[in-house]
Design a protein around this ligand. Structure first.
Ligand SMILES: Cc1cc2nc3c(=O)[nH]c(=O)nc-3n(C[C@H](O)[C@H](O)[C@H](O)COP(=O)(O)O)c2cc1C
Length: 246
């Protein structure tokens, strides 16, 4: 395998560190104000995400105003209460104890929106799948999330809301789709595991269970040949994600 374009080991390690040590944060925000420079870097990282037909369907509404954040909190709280009815048994008991946002504690809240009309009615590649504008914006949020982790900042993606409520609160035009309220800022500590895993709400599915070979449902053993030994390598990688060697 050619290694001509590979980053030096330390840089590669930093990329994986950001990925593995990123967490969805809802607790422990200190509320300290963010430097304009840092926030600008994060938004620029988001703006360098891939997008279908180079559509760049995103906007970023930056919210510091506490009255507006209080209104957003009420919108989310209303949705949280209405979502509570769908859980049963142990989850019904646990759900009310789970914190699902940090809208009032974070340093800043960013509403990320998608404009499906950006670049007109025929965006290259979007004729086949209209949702590609959403995938693009999700990539932008992930870029921001990883860059924030590298900067030592916590971020939580909040999606518990009815879109018309957020549109009304933030004066968004009717065709603008608010896909996330990002709570961003310095935090006291980052947990090692997703908070939902720590609470026992969910667990990370073992990666080999999610991989099929050549066609849906086929295991490595069923296809053989070029895939021999791959699952073993995946398992070894899970235990040592940054790998060895140079
Ligand atoms: C599209 C999306 C929406 C989410 N919405 C919420 C939310 O409304 N409230 C919340 O607490 N977490 C939300 N999360 C965070 C997930 O719960 C979190 O990513 C997951 O538990 C895994 O934890 P980790 O991000 O720390 O790895 C959302 C994540 C994604 C990707």
């Amino acid at each position: 395998m050619s290694q001509e374009h590979r980053f030096p080991r330390r840089d590669r390690q930093a990329v994986y560190e950001a990925i593995y040590r990123r967490r969805d944060m809802r607790e422990g925000f200190t509320g300290e104000p963010l430097d304009h420079e840092v926030l600008a870097r994060l938004l620029l990282a988001a703006h360098h995400a891939p997008s279908v037909g180079f559509m760049q369907p995103w906007n970023f509404v930056l919210i510091r105003n506490m009255d507006i954040r209080e209104q957003l909190w009420r919108v989310v709280e209303k949705e949280r209460r209405s979502a509570a009815v769908i859980f049963e048994g142990e989850q019904a008991d646990m759900f009310p104890t789970i914190k699902i946002e940090a809208l009032r504690e974070a340093s800043v809240v960013i509403c990320v929106t998608v404009d499906p009309s950006r670049r007109g009615p025929h965006v290259l590649g979007r004729n086949s799948d209209e949702d590609t504008d959403l995938y693009s914006a999700a990539g932008a949020i992930q870029n921001l999330w990883l860059a924030a982790r590298a900067e030592g900042l916590g971020m939580g993606w909040v999606s518990f809301y009815k879109k018309p409520d957020v549109r009304l609160t933030l004066d968004l035009p009717p065709h603008i789709n608010p896909i996330g309220l990002l709570c961003l800022g310095p935090v006291e500590a980052f947990p090692d595991q997703p908070m939902l895993a720590e609470l026992g709400w969910g667990r990370r599915i073992p990666l080999p269970e999610l991989i099929y070979f050549e066609k849906w449902g086929r295991t490595e053993a069923e296809t053989g040949g070029p895939w021999d030994g791959f699952v073993e390598v995946v398992e070894a990688t899970v235990h040592k994600p940054l790998g060895g060697g140079s």
